[in-house]
Design a protein around this ligand. Structure first.
Ligand code: RB5
Length: 153
């Protein structure tokens, strides 16, 4: 699988670790930065990874920041992206099976490196179940238009 990976400074070390783990599993990893631990802005990396996934240059994306939250907020503004912050293997599997997540967001200040590798593996091995979840995911993807057309408060 082609995986685009990106972090801010908080996730840099975790990215270096996870990149190697993913490559060991046979994935092609596209590293979109950051390149070190100097302070940077996480939305810039969310944009690079999100666009790679959204245009099909990558199959899936992984984003790491301190909590995973900022990365997910930023990535979810990109059309076609369903980014999920996952803290364990259960949420990782559910985000694929129910929400068809295409970007995994991890918190480097919450998770140990080994836990991140387990979560990423569980996430990459799971697939969308479709069925009753399909219509809900379509509704998510139409959210911007739905909000525009909804009566304003
Ligand atoms: C950086 O200090 C931190 O704010 C960032 O990594 C992330 O946790 C934001 O959501």
């Amino acid at each position: 699988m082609k995986i685009a990976i990106g972090t801010d400074h908080a996730g840099f070390e975790a990215k270096e670790f996870l990149k190697k783990e993913l490559e060991k599993k046979g994935h092609e990893v596209q590293d979109m930065g950051a390149r070190g631990q100097d302070s940077v802005d996480y939305p810039d990396y969310a944009l690079s990874v999100g666009q790679a996934v959204s245009c099909g240059a990558a199959d899936m994306g992984v984003l790491i920041c301190g909590t995973g939250i900022g990365m997910s907020m930023a990535a979810n503004r990109i059309p076609g992206i369903r980014a999920a912050v996952c803290h364990d293997e259960f949420t990782a599997r559910a985000s694929r099976e129910h929400n068809d997540a295409n970007v995994l967001c991890l918190g480097a200040r919450i998770l140990a490196h080994a836990a991140m590798a387990r979560i990423a593996e569980a996430w990459l091995k799971s697939s969308f179940e479709g069925g009753r979840h399909q219509g809900r995911v379509w509704k998510i993807m139409e959210m911007a238009d739905r909000a525009k057309n909804a009566p304003s408060c």
